[in-house]
Every structure is written in C-alpha cells, then in structure tokens.
Design a protein around this ligand. Structure first.
Ligand code: HEC
Ligand code: HEC
Ligand code: HEC
Ligand code: HEC
Ligand code: HEC
Length: 495
C-alpha cells in the first residue's frame, strides 16, 4: 500500500474516534488500538507462515473475487441499492466496520489490506451476538485474541487467550459459524453450514459432563488442523512447543485469478489445492451394485457424507453443482453404452439433457414461487411450502445414506463412478456474463473437481500390489457390488 493510502486510512480511523487512550503516565498503552494492526502484511514479520497461508485462502480473496464483485454489482442495481452492506458485511467486514464502504461498489478504492476477512478482524472479535449474517462484535483495541493460554509479550501487540478464537472450544464454532450462515433479506436460509454443524454429532454435548464428547469437532478442528508443534512467532525466545494452526482454511473453492499477483498467485493456489485434497480425503463413502433385469440392467449407487461436519456440499449451495458421473461400456471400450452426468469442462451440467442425472444443489425461489438464483430475491423455503431441499440429506451421521437408480440398456462389461464438484455453476456464470456483470474471460477459469474417495471402478481387477483393495461381493438380490473399503459399505450391503 502507498503512504498516502495509509495516511488516509489513519485519518479516517482517528476521525471515527477509534483510537483508545493512547498515552498515560506509564507510556503508551499496549492494549490501545493502533492503525498498523489492521494490515496483515505487518503481521508477516513475525508470523510469516500464518500470513502466507491466509493470503492463499478464500478469506483474503473474499472481496477481490470477480464473482463476488459481479453478483454484488448486479444485486445493487436490481434492488436500487436496497441491498446496502448486506454482502460486504461478510466479504469486507473490516472496511464496513471502518465506514469505508456501504455497498461494496467502491472496493477498488478501499486499501487492499482492509478487504476480505483479515487477521485483525478474526483476532479482535470479543462477542458473537447472533447466529447468522455476521453478528460479530470487535473490541477495536490493540489485543490479538487467540487460543494460546499464556502468550509471551510481543513488542507489536498485546495478546490474550479468548474462547472465541480457541479451536478446542465450542465458542470458536459460534464465531466461524455466524458468518457461515446466511439468511437472505427476504428470509431464505441460503447458507446453512453453521446450523448443519449444530445438527450434526460433531456439535453434540455429553449429557453426563456437559462437555463436548470425543466425537466433537469444531470448525477449526477440520479446517485448521491437524495442529503442528513448533513456535508460532519468528521471535527469539518464544516457546518451541506451541501448536501451529493452518490458516489455509481450505474448502472447495479457489481463486479464479492470480491473487494477489501473477508472481505469488500460482504457488498460493498450489498450496490451496493440496490443502483441499487433504480436507476431502475421506469426505464421502460410496457403494455400487449392478445386476441384470428384464429390460437390460440396473445400477444402484449409494453415497454417504463421511467426514464433513455439515451437509455435503455445504455453504453457497445455490451456486454449487455436485453430481454423479456414471459411465458404462459394453464390449467396445471406445464407445460407452450409457452415461449420466458426463459433460466436458466447458458445459454447464444443467444444460445436459439427462433424465437420470443425480445432482446435489440448492434451488432458490422468489416470493412468487418462481425459481431464481439471485440471493436478494430468494424468499424463505417454508414460505414456498418447501422444506430444506432434499438433495442435502447427505449429513454426517452414519445412518444417513442416499441412493439413486440408473436403468441401463444392457448388462455392462465395465462401469466407472465419479462424484464431480464445481464450486461455481457455469449456468450461473453464463447468466452473470449475459447481464454484463462478469467478464466472459473467466468462464474457462472455473474448476471441476473429482471427489477421489468416492470413485469406483467395476468390476474390480484383482491386484496383489494394491495397498487398499476395495470391498467386493455378490449380493443375492442386488447383484455384483463394490465399495471403496469394507468400512465404507452402504447399510444394505452389511452382513
Ligand atoms: C514483532 C513481532 C510480532 C508481530 C509483528 C505480530 N506478532 Fe503476533 N505474536 C508475537 C509473539 C511473540 C506472540 C506470542 C507467541 C507465543 O507466546 O508463543 C504472538 C502471538 C500472537 C497471537 C496468539 C495470541 C493468543 O493468546 O493466542 C495472535 C492471534 C497473534 N499473535 C496475531 C498477530 C496478528 C494478527 C498480527 C498482525 C496484526 C501480529 N500478531 C503481529 C509477535 C508478533
Ligand atoms: C477466519 C478467522 C481468522 C483469520 C482471518 C486469521 N486467523 Fe489466526 N487464528 C484463527 C483461529 C480460530 C486461531 C486459533 C486456532 C486454535 O487455537 O485452534 C488462530 C490462531 C492464530 C495464531 C496463534 C497460533 C496458532 O497457529 O494457533 C496466530 C499467531 C495467528 N492466528 C495469526 C494470524 C495472522 C497473522 C493472520 C492474518 C495473516 C490470521 N491469523 C488470520 C482465526 C483466524
Ligand atoms: C468433521 C470435520 C469438519 C467440521 C467439524 C467442519 N467441516 Fe467444513 N468441511 C469439511 C469437509 C471434509 C469439507 C468438504 C471438502 C470437499 O468436499 O472437498 C468441508 C467443506 C466446508 C466448506 C466448503 C463448502 C462445501 O461445499 O463443502 C465450508 C465453507 C466449511 N466447510 C465451513 C465449515 C464451518 C464454518 C464449520 C463449523 C461450523 C465446519 N466447516 C466444520 C470438514 C469439516
Ligand atoms: C467475517 C466473516 C467470516 C468469519 C468470521 C469466518 N469466515 Fe470463513 N469465509 C468467509 C467468507 C466471506 C468466505 C468466502 C470468500 C469467497 O469465496 O469469496 C469464507 C470462506 C471460508 C472457507 C472456504 C470455503 C470454500 O468454499 O472453499 C472455509 C473453509 C472457511 N471460510 C472456514 C472458516 C473458519 C474455520 C472460520 C473460523 C475460524 C471462518 N471461516 C470464519 C467469511 C468468514
Ligand atoms: C453472513 C455472511 C455472508 C453474507 C451476508 C454474504 N456472504 Fe457470500 N459468502 C459467505 C461465506 C461464508 C462464503 C463461503 C461459503 C462457501 O464457499 O461455501 C461465501 C461465498 C460467496 C461467494 C463464492 C461462492 C460462490 O457462490 O461462488 C460469492 C460469489 C458470494 N459469497 C457472494 C455474495 C453476495 C453477492 C452476497 C450478497 C448478496 C453475499 N455473498 C452475502 C458469507 C457471506
């Protein structure tokens, strides 16, 4: 940032009276707010790894994401500005807190270090005053709150333990969760990650002790872990046995531009993609059975959410497209006899004419019951006589599996099953391009991921070198069945 940016931000901050009593008789108060605390780059001197991981996370990118910019611009136009700070309150919360933006249309003028979900923002929260739409309250002091019980004194900032930033504590999920849960202005519960987590066994409380049971897992337990033992600041004399928590906070989304620039962007994206693969390592279980029928053949596919502490997919599910790709071959290995969910990179899955398509996503409806994908038009599901969409019933509980049937013209020789995920649907990209809000050049940047743990290939060809062979069996009614592992079988296939 330039000197003048900094000077103007400082002037603004002083104007708002955000400086605490900076000086007393004992010299400067270490707990007083200082403007330098707002800039993540200043943290990098002593916390270089935290900084670099954060820089590659969606938190740093939240206000620079061209899709966010496009959606917000369209929303402001469609609502004549009524949308106000609804979107930026989560995507650039520090800028809103400082009064630097009211609608997110001027984000280019907001200094980079105040865009996105910043270090100071998370580490200065001292109260959670609700369950959705970012009800977090900042102390606006100079204290960095975290999960370390007895932080050593740093020259740069005062530090304090706080339950809200301690990933072992349930309160930390309330902190993350209240931003990861969105109710639209018209009452649609559009993103529900927090309530889904609350409904899962990861959020249970042991009735005997009132404490979380062994199955408990906070948001940070999966998205910031596993912790690594070592120093947490590059400062001489700090303890070497602290726990370092990853700030990549990987999910399913990546930057579609070289953020923050062409030099650092590609390496940061690589690190983010690797973290995403780790987080999804065991995310889904699948099973598949194939049997001949009088009409040809039938394939049954089961899926179960094994390791996401909320529904799968979760979050921005109105924009997300997750689906099953099933391909069957007869004796010609070059020409499939059947496929469902098979599209090339550039085709929107919803453009596929596919009666058997199995897709997981939210559908939003406006107050008149018409389908929409514009958040600001989405009315409550209940108002439309709709429960939470049934597609999302894949929840983290061992009993909940979902099943889908595929009719095949003949008994196949070979089948492949993949679960695909697009963080952002191309049908929605096309709409934003059509309305002139999104540059068409981005269309080819949206990735499609394969959820590896759910992939299956039938029949299994015996291979003594295979370190983790799948489970296979002939079932008296369901036919020839396969699952990635014995522990990953659908309930119908258990003995
Ligand atoms: C001059 C070095 C220095 C700078 C710059 C610095 N820190 Fe720290 N920070 C430390 C030290 C030292 C500790 C304590 C480490 C320990 O006790 O092991 C610490 C601890 C922390 C903690 C843990 C607090 C707790 O109780 O859990 C957080 C959070 C933190 N820093 C955030 C930040 C943020 C955010 C910035 C940028 C605004 C920043 N730090 C800049 C040196 C620094
Ligand atoms: C989305 C919220 C969030 C953002 C943004 C964030 N942190 Fe953290 N940070 C946390 C949480 C939560 C913990 C505590 C994890 C735990 O104890 O389980 C933490 C822990 C820390 C710690 C203590 C050591 C550790 O690894 O537990 C330091 C230091 C720290 N963060 C620095 C930073 C810096 C520097 C930035 C920005 C470059 C930053 N954080 C951005 C949420 C955040
Ligand atoms: C038990 C582990 C676990 C817990 C607890 C957990 N998550 Fe997740 N989370 C995952 C996994 C696994 C994924 C999916 C990754 C994938 O499919 O590639 C995920 C995905 C996400 C995503 C991306 C959206 C998507 O479509 O899946 C967000 C956002 C998210 N989690 C936020 C949270 C928040 C906020 C909390 C706490 C309220 C939380 N998570 C708790 C494991 C967990
Ligand atoms: C101030 C609001 C806010 C808080 C607090 C917050 N997040 Fe986020 N988080 C966001 C926003 C906004 C994005 C998405 C940015 C984007 O995609 O443009 C995001 C993205 C993510 C993602 C990536 C989602 C994906 O699809 O890949 C994960 C995982 C995540 N956050 C986890 C956490 C965890 C864990 C915490 C608590 C330690 C937390 N968040 C706290 C606002 C917040
Ligand atoms: C309560 C906080 C909150 C509000 C309000 C909010 N967002 Fe988000 N947004 C998030 C979080 C958290 C994520 C990440 C969730 C995920 O990736 O699943 C996200 C992800 C996104 C994404 C990336 C994922 C996708 O859909 O492609 C876009 C774009 C986005 N938001 C746009 C908006 C717009 C536009 C608005 C206003 C109409 C808005 N958001 C309002 C918190 C919020």
């Amino acid at each position: 940032m330039t000197r003048s940016d900094r000077a103007s931000a400082l002037a603004l901050v002083s104007l708002l009276g955000l400086f605490g009593a900076a000086c007393g008789d004992d010299g400067p108060d270490p707990k007083a707010f200082r403007e330098e605390l707002l800039d993540p780059e200043n943290c990098a001197t002593c916390h270089p790894r935290h900084y670099e991981q954060w820089l590659g996370s969606m938190h740093a990118y939240a206000a620079d994401d061209p899709v966010f910019r496009a959606f917000n611009a369209r929303g402001q136009r469609d609502t004549d500005g009524q949308l106000g700070s609804f979107c930026v309150q989560c995507h650039a919360p520090m800028a809103v807190e400082l009064g630097l933006t009211e609608d997110g249309l001027n984000l280019d003028e907001v200094p980079q270090h105040l865009r996105g979900v910043t270090c100071y923002y998370c580490h200065n929260v001292d109260a959670v005053e609700g369950t959705h739409n970012n009800p977090l309250r900042l102390a606006m002091d100079g204290v960095m709150r975290g999960g370390v019980d007895d932080p050593v004194r740093s020259d740069f900032h005062a530090a304090e333990h706080n339950r809200l930033q301690d990933g072992r504590d349930r309160a930390s999920s309330d902190m993350c969760g209240s931003c990861h849960d969105i109710v639209s202005p018209a009452g649609a519960h559009m993103e529900r990650t927090y309530v889904e987590w609350l409904d899962s066994f990861f959020a249970d409380v042991d009735p005997a002790t009132g404490l979380p049971p062994v199955t408990a897992n906070q948001c940070g337990g999966c998205h910031m872990g596993p912790g690594e033992v070592g120093a947490i600041a590059d400062v001489e004399g700090v303890p070497g046995d602290r726990t370092f928590h990853s700030h990549l906070m990987a999910g399913v989304d990546v930057a579609i531009t070289d953020f923050p620039d062409a030099e650092q962007g590609p390496a940061l994206r690589e690190a983010q993609l690797a973290a995403m693969e780790r987080v999804r390592k065991n995310v889904l279980c699948s099973s598949m059975c194939v049997r001949p029928t009088t009409e040809g053949a039938e394939v049954l596919v089961w899926l179960h959410n094994e390791a996401a502490g909320h529904s799968w997919p979760s979050g921005a599910n109105a924009d997300r497209r997750a689906w099953v790709e099933l391909v069957a071959w007869g004796d010609d290995p070059a020409a499939p006899i059947y496929s469902s969910g098979l599209v090339d990179e550039g085709t929107a899955i919803l453009d596929l004419d596919d009666p058997d398509l199995w897709i997981f996503r939210d559908r939003l409806f406006d107050a008149d019951g018409m389908e929409t994908h514009l958040f600001w038009e989405a009315a409550s599901f209940e108002a439309n006589g709709l429960a939470i969409p049934p597609e999302l019933s894949v929840v983290a509980d061992a009993a909940t599996w979902v099943v889908h049937r595929y009719p095949l013209p003949e008994m196949p020789e070979r089948l492949t099953l993949d679960v695909k995920l697009r963080p952002f649907g191309l049908d929605i990209a096309d709409d934003l391009i059509g309305s002139g809000d999104l540059d068409p050049a981005f269309r080819s940047a949206f990735p499609t991921f394969t959820i590896e743990p759910a992939a299956l290939e039938w029949p299994y060809v015996e291979n003594p070198e295979d370190p983790s062979p799948p489970w296979t069996a002939d079932h008296p009614e369901l036919g020839s069945c396969i699952a990635p592992a014995t522990s990953c079988r659908a309930p119908e296939l258990r003995d």
